[in-house]
Ligand binder design. Structure first.
Ligand code: ATP
Length: 273
C-alpha cells in the first residue's frame, strides 16, 4: 500500500518568472508540491518543463519579487546542499557527461559528492561504497557494479543514473524525460524503477511528453504550455483526448487500460484522416 501523502509543502511557487533573451520563458502564478507527492508535468517541446525543473532545483533563479517566488519547505533562503539532499535528479542528458572509463559503482558513489563522471577515489569510504551497492540493488542492477559505464547500453546507464540520484537517500526524485531515447526494454526497466521508488514512499516529479510514463502511482498532472501552467489536477480529468489534443495541437486519442489489480495505464495514439 502507498503511504498516505503528506500535505506539508515541499516546494511553493508564487508569481515565479524566468526571462531569457528578452522574453519570459516561464511564468508560473501558483504551484505547490507537497512532500512525498507524485506528480507528472506534461507539455510539448519548448513549453518550459526543463526550465521549471531547473527552477525547482535552484540551478536558475526567478525574477526578483517582493514576496519570494519560490519557497523550499517554507523557506526562501536555503543552502544548495539541503536542496541536493532533498531532491535527486535524473535526466536523459546526464549520461553525456559520463565519458570516462569508470565502473558503475563509482558513478553511483559520485552521487554522494555531487560529482558526475569523475573518480571518487579520494573521497570514497567503505560506507559510501556500501550505499552505492545498496542503490544498485534497489534498481535491481547490482550485477553492473564493476562494469565500465562507457560499455553499458542507454537503458542500463539510465538505471545507473537513477541509482546515483538515490544514493544520498533524497525524499523526492525528479525525472526529466527519463525514457527519452530508450528501447522498449530500457523503458520497461526505467518505469519499473520509478514505480518501485513511488511505492517505497519517495516523492516523484516526472517531466514527460508521454502519458505512457504516467504510472498508476501518479495521481496529479500539471500541464505546461508556452511557459504557463494551463491545467493542474487529477489525471483522470486531464488525460483525455480533448485536453491532450489541445495541449499538443494535434489530433490525438488517449487510451486507457485497467489491469487485473484495477490499476489504470494510459497511452497515446495519433488520429490520422
Ligand atoms: N538560455 C536560454 N535563452 C533563450 N531561450 C531559452 C533559454 N533556455 C530556454 N529557452 C527557451 O525557453 C523555452 C522553454 O525551454 P525548455 O527547455 O524549458 O522547454 P521544454 O518544455 O523542456 O522543452 P523540450 O520538451 O524540448 O525539452 C523554449 O522556447 C527555449 O527555446
Amino acid at each position: 500500500m502507498n503511504p498516505k501523502p503528506s500535505t506539508a509543502p515541499l516546494l511553493e511557487l508564487h508569481d515565479a518568472r524566468v526571462r531569457r533573451a528578452g522574453r519570459t520563458i516561464l511564468a508560473v502564478d501558483e504551484l505547490c508540491l507537497a512532500e512525498g507527492e507524485k506528480v507528472a508535468i506534461l507539455g510539448p517541446n519548448g513549453s518550459g518543463k526543463s526550465t521549471l525543473v531547473r527552477l525547482l532545483t535552484r540551478e536558475i533563479h526567478p525574477l526578483h519579487r517582493e514576496k519570494p517566488p519560490i519557497l523550499f519547505r517554507g523557506r526562501d533562503r536555503i543552502a544548495l546542499t539541503d536542496i541536493k539532499r532533498a531532491l535527486g535528479i535524473v535526466s536523459s542528458t546526464m549520461e553525456r557527461e559520463i565519458d570516462v572509463h569508470l565502473p558503475a559503482l563509482n558513478v553511483v558513489e559520485g552521487g554522494m559528492f555531487g560529482t558526475l563522471g569523475t573518480p571518487v577515489s579520494v573521497t570514497s569510504t567503505p560506507a559510501t561504497q556500501q550505499a552505492a551497492r545498496e542503490a544498485l540493488r534497489q534498481l535491481r542492477i547490482e550485477n553492473l557494479a564493476d562494469q565500465d559505464c562507457t560499455t553499458l547500453s542507454s537503458g542500463q546507464i539510465r538505471r545507473v543514473l537513477i541509482a546515483r540520484a538515490l544514493v544520498s537517500n533524497p525524499d523526492t526524485l525528479i525525472f526529466d524525460e527519463p525514457c527519452t531515447g530508450l528501447d522498449p526494454q530500457g523503458i520497461f526497466y526505467v518505469r519499473q524503477a520509478m514505480r518501485d521508488l513511488a511505492r517505497a514512499g519517495k516523492g516523484i516529479v516526472l517531466v514527460t511528453h508521454y502519458p505512457e510514463d504516467i504510472m498508476p502511482e501518479i495521481g496529479r498532472v500539471v500541464l505546461l504550455k508556452e511557459g504557463k501552467v494551463v491545467a493542474d489536477g487529477p489525471k483522470e480529468s486531464l488525460l483525455t483526448s480533448a485536453v491532450i489534443s489541445k495541449l499538443f495541437e494535434a489530433p490525438l486519442a488517449v487510451q486507457t487500460r485497467t489491469d487485473a489489480q484495477g490499476e489504470r495505464y494510459y497511452s497515446l495514439v495519433e488520429k490520422y484522416d
